[in-house]
Design a protein around this ligand. Structure first.
Ligand SMILES: O=C(O)[C@H](O)[C@@H](O)[C@H](O)[C@H](O)COP(=O)(O)O
Length: 239
């Protein structure tokens, strides 16, 4: 296993392992514990997850955790603006692999609403997000090798708006040229207020990207993941 020489900022915890399923299981247990603590003190808890390929084993373990899932709101940090029938749909991924078993009882707050574009669907998305317990209790982020997280892409023309959106703008439509689909992303201000944030990564390439991000944390727009490299972040990484 590659030794992660990362020089992460102070206060960031790295949980590293050679086995992806074992690290995914550690993340699922940490998330279930955090949600359980929140549910012991509040009527509802919110879990915001990311799509992509990394989260699958995490979703499968978490879905089986014995929580009061009917009191948990689940949402995506971002979504490709495609129908659930599209292989790129994160909504379909979450419904199939996370909202199964005990977790099927959770309330899913969908970022994909009617409309040919995310702009057309935005009013419905904002209304749906009114059901999400905020601030977010548990946020799971992924990262691309360009330093994007959620759909906060460095090449998105709307990145500044997504990084500085006001409270009344919880989500932003983005059209990064590097991506085949238009997307909708929760705004950086909404995401960054999460009570617990975990960054779930797999592979040496992601470790190299994280090291690059950590080397210049103030240059956020160049690598938006940098906005989350702050004390309290837990990085779960597997080879
Ligand atoms: O919709 C998405 O694509 C995700 O929200 C995105 O931010 C993802 O977390 C990263 O691109 C990493 O994706 P992988 O896990 O597939 O590497």
């Amino acid at each position: 296993m590659k030794t992660p020489e990362l020089n992460l900022p102070e206060g960031i915890e790295l949980i590293a392992g050679s086995n992806a399923d074992a690290v995914a299981r550690q993340l699922a247990k940490a998330v279930a514990a955090a949600l359980g603590r929140r549910l012991a003190e509040a009527p509802r808890a919110s879990l915001v997850v990311s799509g992509g390929s990394t989260p699958l084993p995490f979703f499968k373990v978490l879905s089986q955790e014995p929580l009061e899932w009917a009191r948990v709101d689940v949402a995506l940090a971002d979504e490709r603006w495609v129908p659930e029938s599209d292989p790129a749909s994160n909504t379909a991924l979450v419904k199939q692999h996370l909202l199964a078993g005990p977790a099927a009882a959770a309330r899913f707050v969908s970022l994909k609403q009617d409309g040919d574009t995310p702009e057309e669907g935005m009013a419905a998305v904002v209304a749906a997000l009114g059901d999400l317990a905020q601030p977010i209790d548990v946020l799971i982020l992924g990262m691309g090798n360009d330093g994007h997280t959620a759909s906060l892409f460095p090449d998105a023309p709307e990145l500044h708006r997504a990084m500085t959106a006001a409270e009344g703008e919880p989500a932003v439509a983005v059209h990064p040229p590097s991506q085949p689909q238009s997307r909708i992303t929760l705004s950086f201000p909404l995401l960054s207020q999460a009570r617990m944030t975990a960054l779930h990564l797999k592979g040496d390439d992601k470790l190299d990207t994280l090291a690059k991000a950590a080397s210049a944390v103030d240059q956020v727009n160049a690598m938006p993941i940098r906005g989350f490299l702050k004390p309290g972040l837990k990085v779960f990484w597997s080879a």
